[in-house]
Design a protein around this ligand. Structure first.
Ligand SMILES: [Zn+2]
Length: 143
């Protein structure tokens, strides 16, 4: 497995429980993509269009999550965009929201929050990116 060239953690206590997301930033898309698929136990297909990745690698098992799941966000140097980061952060938030904010591990929300949340991640990524773009255009942010 290739090593990320930058690693750090971010944490939040928004739900009342300290939660962390590990962030690995790779030199190129192929390294990031391969590491992401290995972490997910999936075969690496270089033709897949993967711009970033979010994997819950440990501690998120039936019948209940462990106290400290290992959630890893993978990014690569050429795509460190607001859109991609917000997208991957949404995936992380969906898992943490389910763990900490939805009552009951057996909640009916499980299917929605642990299943395919790509549409939600794309919505948040797109909206966040467009708001940031407009803030730059209006001079509220400077590069
Ligand atoms: Zn996604």
């Amino acid at each position: 497995m290739t090593r990320p060239f930058i690693r750090f953690r971010v944490a939040t206590r928004t739900t009342g429980i300290r939660r962390q997301v590990f962030v690995h930033v790779y030199d190129n898309r192929e390294q990031m993509h391969e590491a992401h698929e290995i972490a997910r136990g999936k075969p690496y297909d270089p033709t897949d269009d993967v711009g970033g990745g979010l994997a819950v690698q440990q501690g998120f098992r039936w019948p209940r999550p462990e106290v400290t799941p290992i959630i890893v966000m993978r990014l690569w140097d050429g795509q460190l965009t607001t859109r991609t980061i917000a997208h991957e952060a949404t995936h992380a938030a969906a898992y943490l929201y389910f763990m900490d904010a939805v009552p009951g591990w057996n909640s009916r929300a499980r299917a929605a929050l642990l299943g395919d949340h790509e549409p939600l991640a794309y919505l948040v990524g797109d909206i966040t990116a467009e708001v940031v773009k407009q803030l730059y255009a209006h001079g509220c942010l400077e590069s």
